[in-house]
Design a protein around this ligand. Sequence first.
Ligand SMILES: *Cc1c(COP(=O)(O)O)cnc(C)c1O
Length: 391
Amino acid sequence: MKTKIYMDNAATTPVREEVLAEVLPYFREHYGNASSVYAIAKESKKAMEQARKQVADAIGAKPEEIYFTAGGSESDNMALRGVAEAMSSKGNHIITTKIEHHAILHTCQYLEKHGFEVTYLDVDEMGKVRMEELEKAIRPETILISVMFANNEIGTIQPIAQIGALAKEKGIYFHTDAVQAVGHVPVNVEEMQIDLLSMSGHKLGAPKGIGAIYIRKGVKISPLIFGGAQEKKMRAGTENIPGIVGLGKAAELAVAELEQTRERLTALRDKLIHGILEKIPYSRLNGDPVDRLPGNCNISFAYIEGESMLLLLDALGIAASSGSACTSGSLDPSHVLLAIGLPHEEAHGSLRLTLDRENTEEEVDFVLEKLPAIVQRLREMSPLYEDMMKK
Ligand SMILES: *Cc1c(COP(=O)(O)O)cnc(C)c1O
C-alpha cells in the first residue's frame, strides 16, 4: 500500500482551497499594478489594503504597521539589518539565541562582519531562553533583542510576553520570528509588547514567496530593498497581489479557527508522542512537552540515523523531517538539538513529524503502527546498538 501522509507541515503547508479560490482572480482578471490609476489597478490596491487589515487583525496590529515581503527570510533579514543600520548611532549590540532559524543566525553573522556584536543566548534543555541570562546580556549599547516565538524544529514556545516586558523596560527593540506561531497559537503584538514581527504565508496555508513584517509605529528601521515607492518606501517592488490576497485570507481563516484547530492538533500530537515513546525503547521527546506548537512532534531515537528513517518512511508514503546532518546539508546535526544538550549521536537520530489541519487520526495510527518496525530494523544494522545489547 502506498499511502500519502504529509507530516512535514513545519517545512511548508499546502495552499488551502479557500485561499486558492480567493487568489485565482488576481492572476487573470484583477491583474492591475496597484500603483496605477485606472480601474483594475484600483481593484488590486483595494484587495491589498483588505489583506493588510486581515494580517494586522490576526496579530493585534494596525494595518499601517504591516509591510508585505517575499517571505519569512526576507522579513527576518529586514528586521535585523534594518534596525542595525538605523540604530547604529545608538549602539552596536544585538541579542539573539542559539536556536534561531538560519535566516536570523546567518544575518547576525553578516552583521558581526560589519561592526556589530551579537550575543547568542543558550537555552535550557527544553529549548527555552532563561530570563536571567537575557537580562544579564543587556548592555547600554544593546539595540535589539530577537527571539523566535516558536521553534521550527522542536516546537518550543518562548516566554514572549516576558521578553517583551523586559525589552520595553530597558528601552530596547524586540523582534520575534513568529513564522511558526502566527495562525497556530495566539499572537498579540500589543499584549506581548512586540516591536517587530516576521511571518510567512506558506507556513499557514498561503502560497510560498509571500510574507509580512510588522513594524510598530515609531520604530526606526532602514529598508532592505530600494526602488519604487511601494510599501511607504520600506520595500520596493511591484506588489505580489495574489500572494498578498492569499496571505490575508489564510491569516484570517487560521485565526478564526485557531482554538478549534489547536485543540484537535494538540490531542493528535500527544497521541503521536505518547504512542511513539511507549512503543519504542531508547526514544526521547525533544522540546517542551507543554509550551509546544500544537502540531509538533520531535523525537530522538538512540542508535540510528535520521536520514535512513526518512527513506524508509518515504517508501511507505510518509513525508517527515530529521535533524540529522544529511538533511541540514552540513556535517553537523541540527544546531537546535545540540543547543538543548543532545549528544551528536542522538541529534542524528531525530525525527520531526509536524501535523496541521489536513492530518487525521487514521494517519497518526498508521505512523504508530509502522514506525516501531522501521526503528527496529535500523537498529539491527547498527554496531552501536549491538554493543549496547551485549552489555
Ligand atoms: C520557514 C521559516 C522561516 C523562513 O520563511 P520563508 O518564508 O520560507 O523564507 C523563518 N523562520 C522560521 C522559524 C521558519 O520556520
